[in-house]
Design a protein around this ligand. Structure first.
Ligand SMILES: [Zn+2]
Length: 152
């Protein structure tokens, strides 16, 4: 008798481990009136990335530097802030794994994969939380340390 592998059962026993990577896809990408994009991720999380953050994170070779053999070619430190640099003109899908952002200065060579966008969103969240914590520490700076009152 020929035995066939039941892949679904096999995957169940593995608890879908191969697919449990930290890999999110956006269910929705929405422009706001506030120069930012709102991403609704496949896990239900919602994150916001400003145009400035996105443009400054442009992954194209021009913006982020290109690795040539063993040398890393750094992008030019001085760039002219071209008009429209932070204006998002268009969003174009790249396959089903990424988007290209078209900027007001016609720069459009950066391919933002879901993975990159998700990591940028998480980074932005972490930085925001850090800034909030700093503010909190600052606010508490002048407080006296009150010991807790215990009722007997
Ligand atoms: Zn770029």
């Amino acid at each position: 008798m020929k035995k066939t592998t039941n892949w679904l059962n096999l995957l169940k026993t593995l608890n879908f481990a191969p697919f449990k990577r930290d890999f999110m896809t956006p269910k929705q990408i929405k422009k706001t009136d506030n120069n930012s994009l709102i991403f609704t991720w496949s896990d239900g999380n919602i994150s916001e990335l400003t145009y400035k953050k996105l443009r400054d994170s442009c992954p194209c070779a021009n913006c982020s530097g290109e690795s040539v053999i063993l040398h890393s070619v750094k992008p030019q430190k001085i760039f002219l802030e071209t008009p429209g640099r932070y204006d998002l003109k268009d969003i174009q899908p790249v396959g089903n794994y990424a988007i290209t952002l078209v900027w007001g200065d016609n720069h459009n060579t950066g391919i933002f994969s879901w993975d990159l966008l998700y990591r940028l969103a998480k980074l932005a969240e972490a930085l925001e939380a850090q800034a909030k914590q700093k503010q909190k520490d600052h606010d508490h700076h002048h407080d006296h340390n009150h010991p807790g009152n215990h009722d007997h």
